[in-house]
Design a protein around this ligand. Structure first.
Ligand code: FAD
Length: 436
């Protein structure tokens, strides 16, 4: 048993599990005697408390780290649930395959990708991660061992995809990959001066590009509210580029300063500079900086200081999006809080069927906020008002403070879902949103 308490990426809230149990050999470890609750822990890349279990047991799923099978003819890969996406990419990219869906970091496990049904820049074409899962094994504390596919034990499949680790331990996963010709991306960058310009550009680019995302200057107000940079990409066709991309050397933020280096002043200056920075309108780029720009700065979450930070990611239905996004951005700009890392994109209609999956048709906006205590909680509470009124939802993987009432509105299938929770499993997140 280890004693270091694993943390989530936002470094908030702090949590002290009573017991850490490493998982090995696709088995459920022997659980401690009741009444302690258990929760699988992947690689801690969730921002808030979905991967935390204060006072309970964490099942350290990274130990499930073996590849089981890979067929380079069909692109079907089976691996244990603690394998990282970065490890999968190292195996498959040289053989002409790529993940069908990838989030903005490759440092997550297969189990974590399923439990939050993660999405990427290609949601409008490919849906979420769960849409490309062919099968997985779910082990329950009751001794049950369920093979789950979209057709077999389909109800367990739908509960576990996006199921926040609560239905049991996923031991192995089988996914379908997509073919690529080389590791390069044809990328386009366009500056836009307002939210309306973004909406027009988005309609044009989404039809042509599988990957789209926009950076938003969340410090901009008034006429230029919602200005930003539109980024679109596609895998480069054969023949365009043959050489392998150069090696990237990662830097590490060595320690967390006592106060956040991300503050009102640094955000305003960074955003202004970043918006005006000259960048090529079109070019070839290796896949790593295109998909994972932040993975090159290891432990970048320390920049927010010892109090940690919040992430707020909401999705707003298409019909309400223009007004609601304007209101959210205006509230953030007026508060003087906000981030350098604000991203906006549209989710398409394709869903995985996961009962608690976050992605749904609409526009999704994600931002980081240094933790300034009550001031930040008040701002995020006021953003919730807008999201709720617009019929939207907030992403549990990025949350550390939404109310139980908001959660139940955002995820009306929560009661149906709760029938599938393993009797020995719970999380800090689940106890929080079921309590208030
Ligand atoms: C820089 C950065 C960028 C990100 N970009 C995106 C993005 O673009 N899109 C997106 O959707 N998300 C994004 N995320 C969030 C991240 O992809 C998710 O939070 C992901 O679920 C983290 O996976 P993990 O392996 O670190 O799992 P953890 O964070 O440790 O756990 C996440 C959940 O998975 C459960 N779990 C883990 N392993 C298992 C298992 N074996 N069996 C059952 N349950 C399990 C846990 O109980 C928990 O509920 C980003 C995060 C970071 C830090």
């Amino acid at each position: 048993m280890s004693t270091t308490a694993p943390a989530s990426w936002g470094r908030y809230p702090s949590s002290q599990p009573r017991c850490l149990l490493p998982c090995r050999d696709a088995q459920m470890p022997t659980l401690p005697a009741e009444p302690q609750f258990c929760l699988p822990f992947g690689n801690g890349r969730s921002y808030g408390d979905v991967c935390l279990n204060n006072g309970g047991t964490l099942l350290l799923a990274r130990g499930l780290d073996r590849f089981i099978a890979f067929d380079p003819a069909t692109g079907i890969l089976r691996a244990e649930a603690g394998v990282l996406l970065s490890e999968i990419l190292a195996l498959i990219v040289p053989q002409g395959w790529f993940l069908s869906v990838t989030p903005g970091t490759q440092m997550i496990t297969l189990g974590g990708a399923i439990a939050n049904d993660v999405h990427g820049k290609n949601h409008h074409w490919a849906g979420s991660f769960g849409c490309h899962v062919r099968a997985f094994e779910l082990r329950r504390s009751t001794g049950e061992r369920l093979l789950c596919t979209p057709a077999q034990n389909a109800d367990w499949f739908r509960a576990t995809v996006g199921g926040l680790g609560l239905t049991g331990l996923i031991t192995w996963v089988e996914i379908q990959l997509q073919r690529i010709a080389n590791p390069w991306i044809v990328a386009e960058n366009r500056r836009f001066a307002s939210l309306d310009e973004f909406l027009a550009l988005n309609a044009e680019y989404e039809a042509r590009y599988p990957y789209t995302v926009s950076w938003i200057d969340c410090a901009a107000r008034g006429r230029v509210l919602g200005r930003g940079i539109y980024m679109a990409g596609m895998h480069a066709p054969p023949g365009l580029m043959k050489s392998p991309p150069p090696e990237r050397r990662a830097l590490t933020v060595p320690f967390a300063p006592p106060v956040s280096l991300v503050n009102n002043l640094s955000v305003r200056w960074f955003n202004r500079l970043y918006y005006h920075l000259p960048r090529p309108a079109r070019g070839l780029t290796p896949y790593q900086p295109f998909f994972y720009p932040l993975d090159n700065l290891l432990e970048w979450n320390r920049l927010y200081g010892r109090r940690g930070f919040f992430q707020y990611q909401c999705v707003i239905p298409p019909a309400a999006a223009r007004e609601a996004l304007r209101e959210i951005l205006a509230r953030i700009a007026a508060s003087g809080q906000g981030s350098m890392l604000a991203v906006l994109k549209r989710f398409g209609d394709k869903t995985s069927g996961g009962l608690l999956s976050f992605p749904r048709p609409g526009f999704t906006l994600a931002l980081d906020f240094p933790n300034l205590g009550q001031k930040t909680l008040d701002l995020l509470g006021s953003l919730d008002e807008v999201t709720r009124q617009a019929g939207g939802a907030v992403y549990p993987a990025k949350d550390a403070r939404m109310s139980g009432d908001s959660f139940r509105r955002y995820f009306p299938q929560w009661a149906e879902f709760s029938r599938y929770i393993d009797p020995r499993f719970s999380s800090s997140f689940w106890r929080r949103v079921m309590k208030n």
